[in-house]
Design a protein. Structure first.
Length: 154
């Protein structure tokens, strides 16, 4: 029971952002979910460097990893989720999680890298608030125990 899938329709309809960049890191595909997530229209993003969505403080590390992946044709992030900060239009801070797939030509050279990206900003903010609250509760616990000792009859 094999059925042909319209890949263009799939990429357009999928809820996660799909971003493809060539071997040099220039964006070649930007789906509607990427538009919603990052705030850039397809016409604004295609032809731009991935620096468009990579925070400046992370660019050197990003490009080292990107170059290594393009040169070796290997990545561990095809199966492992990579969680990193990103930026959207107007310097909007985002927390994203994604996997990547390498695209090859007939000779086996990497021609591009495709990423399927999910915005995890709300989840990351919730976890940060929970960690903060736990730290506050842990800090208050010794003080409460000490206060109990002072008021307890000997």
């Amino acid at each position: 029971m094999s059925q042909k899938v319209d890949l263009e329709q799939l990429v357009t309809a999928i809820g996660d952002a799909v971003v493809v960049a060539d071997a040099d890191g220039v964006i070649t595909l930007w789906n509607p979910a990427a538009e919603r997530m990052f705030g850039y229209a397809e016409a604004e993003a295609v032809g731009q460097s991935l620096d468009l969505i990579t925070p400046e403080r992370h660019r050197a590390r990003h490009w080292r990893g990107y170059a290594k992946t393009a040169a070796t044709g290997k990545t561990r992030y095809g199966h492992e989720l990579l969680r990193v900060p990103a930026i959207g239009k107007g310097d909007l801070s985002l927390s994203i999680a994604f996997t990547v797939s390498l695209l090859f030509d007939g000779a086996g050279r990497v021609t591009g890298i495709a990423a399927v990206i999910r915005d995890e900003t709300a989840r990351w903010n919730e976890e940060r608030e929970l960690r903060k609250r736990i730290a506050e509760l842990e800090a208050a616990q010794p003080a409460a125990a000490e206060a109990d000792l002072k008021v307890s009859p000997a």
